[in-house]
Write a protein that binds this ligand. Structure first.
Ligand SMILES: [Zn+2]
Ligand SMILES: [Zn+2]
Length: 351
């Protein structure tokens, strides 16, 4: 790495810290009509969502010379973090919207001949900003086994723990096999099959319908189809904002990320925590939503050191902050007698 590249890298945490200290990240999207978006008597909304995916997410990542090793390492960390995260949710009564890869609902799967999930259509080879799929078959790494032998590819035990929690978590969809949903890669036939297979697998756990969806890698596409399948909302990460969901022409509500629950390289433990508390205080002051999302495969330091303090702070402020799942929040928005037709958010977007 060049001297300049090294220097740029060493400045990055400091630059990010400055941006944060000056309240530039996340950016406020002012909303005069905030009371239409926040239930009485609350003054702000906080949502936590998780992309629950185990080994399906990183298997074609371009960020490692050995993507399969990286995805298995991530999945192992996710398996270790999940019980701790669920315990913290129980202890501090924090509901999470678990956007789940459909294959994780399965106890097992058996290939037909040599073909995994023979009835499923699959994408051809493609490349996007994050992944390069140059393999022969989309299911080439599927172990075709069961969750006891291969717990990094199935998670019926964890789904049961989520559904059995005293906290009312929501289970949503992250496609069946973590596909790229953009129209140029994903046909309507493939998208439909992924949603149908996800719901069918989820129904084994008594889940009759799902309302919330996140596109893998934020590969946004097929929004009209998503609406047709009965979903009410999805998420984008074009920029981090403190605002409210926007009612999309497809009929769906679009959540915008505020911040990701992740380890920031080079920041102190105090700053890692302050990053969340400061954002939540800003949401209270400006009467907005803080949409916090995470990968359960995150650095365990965050789960062990930072998450307990963040959740404890939220629990202490729960009389002022509405901590809610995506589906429940959208149900309230849709049934609210003063239902907003369109958020002001679009008009204040940066050009
Ligand atoms: Zn399978
Ligand atoms: Zn994902």
């Amino acid at each position: 790495m060049s001297w300049l590249a090294n220097r740029k890298k060493s400045l990055r945490p400091a630059a990010r810290q400055l941006k944060f200290m000056f309240n530039r990240d996340p950016a406020i999207v002012p909303e005069k009509n905030w009371r239409s978006f926040i239930k009485e008597p609350y003054e702000a909304v906080v949502i936590f969502s998780a992309d629950f995916e185990l080994a399906w997410a990183w298997r074609y990542t371009k960020s490692s010379p050995d993507p399969l090793k990286k995805t298995l390492d991530k999945a192992r960390t996710e398996r270790e973090n999940m019980p701790l995260i669920l315990d913290l949710c129980d202890r501090y009564k924090i509901p999470v919207t678990w956007l789940t890869v459909g294959h994780l609902f399965l106890d097992s799967c058996t290939p037909e001949g040599m073909v995994h999930h023979a009835s499923m259509p699959r994408p051809g080879q493609f490349e996007n900003d994050w992944w390069r799929f140059g393999g022969k078959d989309w299911y080439e790494y599927d172990p075709g086994s069961d969750y006891k032998a291969n717990p990094l590819w199935y998670a019926p035990d964890l789904v049961k723990n989520i559904l059995g929690s005293p906290v009312e978590h929501e289970v949503g969809c992250h496609t069946f096999s973590h596909i790229d949903c953009r129209e140029e890669v994903c046909t309507t036939e493939l998208f439909d099959a992924e949603l149908r297979a996800s719901l069918e697998a989820a129904s084994r756990h008594g889940i009759a319908s799902m309302e919330s969806f996140v596109h893998p890698g934020h590969t946004i596409g097929h929004l009209d189809d998503l609406y047709r399948h009965g979903y009410t909302n999805f998420r984008t990460d074009y920029r981090n904002t403190l605002g409210f969901p926007v009612h999309h022409p497809s009929g769906l509500w679009e959540f915008s990320t505020s911040l990701e629950f992740e380890y920031v390289q080079g920041w102190s433990e105090k700053m890692q925590l302050e990053r969340f508390l400061r954002t939540f205080r800003r949401a209270l002051k400006n009467h907005s939503m803080a949409y916090t999302w995470f990968h359960p495969s995150m650095n365990p330091y965050m789960v062990q050191k930072v998450m307990p303090k963040v959740f404890e702070w939220l629990d202490e402020h729960r009389n002022r902050i509405w901590i809610v799942t995506q589906g429940e929040y959208i149900q309230w928005l849709n049934s609210n007698s003063k239902k907003p037709v369109q958020s002001q958010g679009h008009q204040t977007k940066e050009s």
